[in-house]
Design a protein around this ligand. Sequence first.
Ligand code: ASN
Ligand code: ZN
Ligand code: CA
Length: 331
Amino acid sequence: ATGTGHSEYTGDVTLSTTQQANGSYALIDPVRGHTTKDAHNLSASSVKATSGTLYTDADNVWGDGRKFSTDRATAAVDAHANTAWTYDYYKNTFGRNGIKNDGKGATVFVHVGTNWDNAQWSDACFCMMTGDGNGSTDPEQVDLDTMGHEMTHGVTSATANLRYSGESGGLNESTSDIFGTMVEWYADNAVDKGDYLFSDQSTPPWLRRFDKPSLDGGSADCWSKSVGRLDVHYSSGVGNHWFYLASEGSGAKTVNGVAYNSPTCNGSTVTGIGNQKVAAIWYRALTVYMTSTTDYKGARAASLSAARDLYGANSAEYAAVGAAWSAVSVA
Ligand code: ASN
Ligand code: ZN
Ligand code: CA
């Protein structure tokens, strides 16, 4: 069935739902296999696949469009819709049939924990958990790029399986930021437009940004020998900066009304090739060339191999990928 949702972050949305024997509708997506449940504030460490309760509704019109809503279905609207956008992005862009490419859907839990200002993916429950924000500035953590980020952790686990520490951990995080952002670009929503800011809707003004990652106070803009000692959400900065430079190029630029200014680490000028091509290169690098121990040097090699496969070794795309890595000090 097709329901209507009043979302927190993307206006009114359509929802793929399933009518049950008793006539009510459930947040079970029959196309993609995803199910959305209320965790009833169970902590993230306690959530199992069987936890919580399935969302059901009599008239298939869901939520009230408010942040921090007393209607517990509102966060579920965003979660259910944005999980579908993420599935569709991977399917329609890369032919990937779900997180494991096996057609099996995931479970999404909303209202996890109490004032839990976070979201996470778990391979163990094949589920995503999303919190309600911090009770003041940050609402429910269910916006497009956040949902895309968390589901991408599942894709990474099923493919390169980048180990979640050191440089491979930074690459794992960067991969989630990159494809999370690409899901936002793919959805092309009038309210939550494509940008190079991460978690900008649910953690305003943003949690991380790609043009100059260090503006978050912790992320690395440039590779150095010690970058692997940073938290993986900070060592990811090198990969995110590479993605921005390869996509949009160096210097000042306004995209979809947001002003960016991306410096290079070596004084070079980089010309971008657009984020769709960079994402295609990164997806092939992730799924064909990277392994659990790939570091930044290995990521450069993997993405150049992918660019060669897709566009040729003499292409502008291949040159841009290499130039952008050099510009973040990955030689
Ligand atoms: N939201 C965080 C992430 O996906 C949770 C974590 O630290 N693993 O990176
Ligand atoms: Zn992450
Ligand atoms: Ca964003």
